[in-house]
Design a protein around this ligand. Sequence first.
Ligand code: AHM
Ligand code: MG
Length: 333
Amino acid sequence: MLPVTLARFLVEAERKNPAVSADLRFLVEVVSRACKAISIAIGKGSLADVLGGAGSDNIQGEAQKKLDVISNEILLDANEWGGHLAAMASEEMDGPHQIPRRYPKGEFLLVFDPLDGSSNIDVNISVGTIFSVLRCPEGAGDVGEQAFLQPGTQQVCAGFAVYGPSTLLVLTLGDGVKCFTLDREYGHFVLTQENMRIPDDTKEFAINMSNQRFWEPPVQRYVGELLAGKDGPRGQDFNMRWVASMVADVFRILTRGGVFMYPVDSRTKDKGGKLRLMYEANPMAMIVEQAGGRATTGRERILDIQPTKLHQRVPVILGSKNEVERVSAYHRG
Ligand code: AHM
Ligand code: MG
């Protein structure tokens, strides 16, 4: 039997699920095409002079890499003309990107982190693209920031690509999590995992340990107990991984379980945390919950947060249900 391509999967999803409209199907296909183009650009590396800094900063004061800028452009170009979007927003742009007036507008808002894990680009480690789709509440005219400020529970769809040894696309349309692998010979994504599930329990955690001295007491306590292993209150050893590309860390958790933490700490308290709610936390939280895991700030469910600004940052603790619930309990206690 022929493999199920992303195109076929989406056509069948549209037939089965009234929530999947032709426009949503088209949107996901267009985003997947952009991810293919980004994957090709990343794969060329030094051969195409795409590595290194762009010489510019984004709105959040972070130095942009050339591939941050290239990936952002690829996603904008791919999505402007199709008539399926009302506007776009990205980690790399100051405010909403309007659809040029020469094109028709659609009902969806597309939000993305064009290249997650940028610090890993130049060292040949997996990076990715994260995206989230919302419905636009406004009518005609330009779309303002306010239209995007919807809690993660309103997401129609979320996904991420990982540009690693294989290029993967992880997708949820609100009924489970699928994984597609890019077949480089045929040039299309093929369904390779139909129902990704995160085990409730795990012996693996992911956190940047170099920030330990800045953490709040609940996270100190939790990680301290994991590090104590067999000799501590947990009575078992735990293993640690930290790729510093959220896409790779979350993919590992979707594959074999684990808990990922980028908690707020004394240095990031004023900003609210490190990771961005709209571009990183919300799409990943939707995917993780759809796979049976949990996603919290420690104090509240990420998907319930009412955003107050586009570039808002939040603490992120997500993954295997029982571990995330334990971290939340430590925050309450
Ligand atoms: P980016 O979107 O600018 O790449 O930043 C987000 C990334 C995440 O992918 C990753 O989990 C985290 O930043 C790593 O941060 P650190 O370098 O502090 O460990
Ligand atoms: Mg990112």
